[in-house]
Design a protein. Structure first.
Length: 546
């Protein structure tokens, strides 16, 4: 299956579309000049098309052949949306005025309509609406029977086959955002109304009928923002309410509360056995359970059922993110961001056992392939300006590919979707032997120049600091299986440091080429390029000679 999977990259170099995870081949490439960039990219829901904007045109590419099948002069979109059945392609750009605010006659300009709808099949423009904020981007029911969008405090419901007119509209005063249930038997909408003039915030469940009658109201007494997420069955909604300032003074990061609402109107506040923020939560794609990462570090992870009870407690650890594969039988708990160690624990959700764990330091993004057997980790800008790269992994933790772009910066990685009918069923998750675990993790370079997987070092036994070892003993040192101790020479350390600085200089030169102004210290760094290059050549020569 790995040979049939595709993925795309977006960065300062432009955008590239690859096929085959184990030996990636370029299917499509758009190389950018220093003054432009690829603002946004997306795959259609069934993976037939790849869309991108290169600051001049918005294009649709046949994801299998790499042929551009549609192109329109539309230079400023920042968000792409495909309707669930890929009938419509929608682009959104910020609703702002570019250039002078007044025309030659002195009249104030108004922004142009910024929400464009295209027919994917006919490759034609259908209509344009005004969407002042990204929350006004349209939502479709999964069968595309209805399209729903916000327009200020009005909720417009359109016939999914006739976007020009609307079936009905309703005013929900001060509504900020909406989320549609994926259910195709009970059409339900969740609307968030923030606190206004002392009135508490609330989430309303409304039916998609005339006047959008209210089925359930959840009152949120302490709430600045919410994150609403329906399960795949469309019968239950999770509402994460966040209070950005903790008035009790217990936490610098504010407070958060999680509530489970069923489509029949019942609501359950999820209670946690540890104080602290909710770092992340995710539905299992099967829709029957959800995972929550919560509490002060080391955070706890627990799995809950549809009545809000814990069915699996994973204990504490340095973790702040959680991911499921599309089949729901693999779950990853991760320590990313401020937890730069990048520990990834791989779990079998059915047996409730750990499969393996690896460390991928400085990871900023992770995503699963549609077949559920591979995932990527990426170090991307703007969070990380150096060491940008991506790695492709088998779900057991074995690295199958690593790539460092020749031109910094890397911004995004995406797997190409595939139709649900082609998604493989659940697969067997093996119990890994010690030797199999030894072949997993980020490769580590040895003193003799060879590289072994980090798992080989783990297998050698627990690390013991030198001051705690017996006199003359090297027991507990970092030894890969059947190989030498992992030691970097002083030359190797210097080479690594210089290469890192040269990569930073390369990024600065790219910025300068784009016309950006550099600080004094950045200009000083540029002036050292020739000197550093010479030092690197001398170090490489002495290292190879030895």
């Amino acid at each position: 299956m790995a040979e049939k999977l595709s993925f795309a990259l977006r960065g300062v170099f432009g955008t590239k579309l690859y096929k085959n995870l184990k030996d990636p081949k370029v299917v499509f490439e758009r190389v950018m000049n220093p003054t432009d960039d690829v603002r946004v990219m997306a795959f259609s829901n069934f993976g037939e098309y790849f869309a991108f904007c290169d600051s001049l045109n918005t294009c649709l590419v046949d994801a299998e052949t790499g042929e551009i099948v549609f192109q329109r002069e539309l230079p400023k979109p920042t968000i792409f949306v495909f309707s669930p059945k890929d009938t419509y392609f929608v682009t959104w750009e910020p609703y702002v005025i570019y250039g002078l605010r007044r025309n030659k006659e002195g009249d104030v300009k108004t922004p142009k309509p910024n929400l464009n709808f295209f027919s994917v099949k006919d490759r034609t423009h259908i209509t344009t609406f005004i969407a002042r904020k990204k929350e006004e981007i349209p939502h479709w029911t999964q069968d595309e029977k209805y399209m729903v969008r916000l327009a200020g405090s009005e909720v417009w419901v359109h016939d999914g086959k006739d976007l020009e007119g609307h079936k009905f509209k309703t005013v929900i005063q001060n509504v900020q955002s909406i989320e549609l249930s994926p259910s195709t038997t009970e059409y339900t909408l969740a609307a968030f109304i923030p606190s206004i003039r002392g009135e508490p915030a609330r989430v309303e469940l409304r039916r998609l009928f005339e006047e959008l009658p209210i089925a359930k109201t959840l009152t949120l007494m302490t709430c600045d923002k919410v994150n609403m997420s329906w399960n795949s069955r469309g019968a239950h909604l999770l509402v994460l309410a966040t209070q950005e300032v903790d008035t009790s003074g217990r936490s610098y990061y504010g407070r958060s509360f999680l509530t489970l609402i069923s489509i029949n109107g019942e609501s359950i506040r999820i209670n946690f056995d540890k104080e602290g923020s909710i770092h992340d939560f995710k539905w299992n794609p099967l829709g029957h359970q959800f995972a929550v990462v919560y509490g002060f570090m080391p955070a706890k992870v627990a799995i809950y059922n549809l009545i809000g009870s814990v069915v699996w407690d994973l204990g504490e650890g340095s973790r702040n993110e959680v991911y499921y594969n599309p089949q729901g039988n693999i779950m990853l708990t991760c320590g990313f961001g401020s937890l730069s160690g990048g520990k990834i624990q791989i779990w079998d959700t059915e047996k409730q056992k750990e499969v393996n764990n690896i460390e991928v330091p400085n990871t900023t993004h992770l995503g699963f392939s549609p077949d559920g057997q591979y995932f990527y980790t990426a170090i991307t800008a703007p969070r990380m300006r150096v060491d940008n790269s991506y790695r492709l992994w088998h779900f057991t933790g074995k690295q199958v590919y690593e790539f460092v772009p020749e031109k910094y910066e890397l911004w995004e990685v995406q797997f190409r979707s595939i139709p649900a009918s082609l998604v493989p069923p659940k697969f067997t998750i093996p119990v890994l032997s010690k030797d199999e675990k030894a072949a997993t993790g980020v490769p580590v370079k040895l003193a003799d120049g060879k590289a072994v997987a980090a798992g080989a070092i783990k297998k050698a036994g627990a690390y013991i600091p030198p001051n705690l070892r017996k006199a003359g003993s090297n027991e507990g040192a970092l030894k890969p299986v059947g190989s030498a101790v992992v030691v970097k020479s002083e030359n190797e350390k210097k080479i690594r440091k210089i290469k890192k600085t040269l990569n930073e200089i390369k990024a600065l030169k790219d910025k300068q080429a784009r016309g950006e102004n550099l600080e004094k210290n950045q200009l000083e760094k540029l002036s050292k390029e020739a000197e550093l290059t010479k030092q690197l050549e001398e170090l490489n020569s002495s290292t190879s000679g030895s």
